[in-house]
Design a protein around this ligand. Structure first.
Ligand code: GRF
Length: 197
């Protein structure tokens, strides 16, 4: 089977996008990044796309803060289709996707979340885990559905919470795990689709 054709969406730092692009470059992930799209004009993820020579585009998000206007979301679908993207990878994309995207790419949109879902959906999940007194948290790659941080789980990785952890130190440890887990989970998805063991 051919490599997965990825469309990557992000709003910020892009460290997970970088990890994915590095794995593609190293030949450890059978995928091709077709396009990186951001709703934030000067987001560092756009610089990462430039660095790896991946086509990239800015999507002006419209008037809402946490989602896209329906016509803009339809434009996003067109952009991803035009780029030839088949699997959509959310890498720190801070808007909730609705029916235009979910119907265009059914069970083909994936997200990474910084907790062991179903525990601690929502923002700053590492702070939630700390506040709850957990000793272990982690990260989860899952299919995206209509609920927030919800959908079939593809892969999870545990991360210990240490006695002296701050929110920052814990988040940094989770991100290191994310950078291994996300490319591995995309590879797993490809193997399942290709029937490769
Ligand atoms: C990650 O921590 C991920 O879990 C969450 O958004 C963050 C994105 O970070 N969904 P980055 O932009 O990939 O560095």
């Amino acid at each position: 089977m051919t490599r997965l054709a990825l469309g990557i969406l992000g709003s910020g730092k892009g460290s997970n996008c970088r990890a994915i692009l590095e794995n593609i470059r190293a030949g450890t992930l059978a995928a091709e990044a077709k396009v990186v799209i951001s709703d934030v004009l000067d987001a560092p993820i756009m610089d990462i796309a430039r660095e790896f020579s991946v086509p990239h585009a800015y999507l002006p998000p419209g008037q809402f803060r946490t989602r896209l206007e329906p016509n803009i979301e339809a434009e996003l679908v067109r952009m991803l289709r035009d780029a030839g993207a088949d699997v959509i990878v959310l890498a720190g994309f801070m808007r909730v996707l609705k029916s235009p995207m979910l119907e265009a790419f059914p069970r083909r949109i994936i997200n990474i979340h910084p907790s062991l879902l179903p525990k601690f959906p929502g923002l700053e999940a590492w702070k939630q885990a700390l506040a709850a007194g957990e000793t272990v948290t982690g990260c989860t790659v899952h299919l995206v559905d209509e609920k927030i941080d919800h959908g079939d789980i593809i892969a999870q990785r545990e991360v210990p919470i240490l006695p002296n952890d701050s929110a920052e130190s814990l988040h940094a440890r989770i991100q290191i795990a994310e950078h291994e887990l996300y490319p591995a989970a995309i590879d797993k998805l490809w193997r399942e689709r290709a029937g490769v063991s």
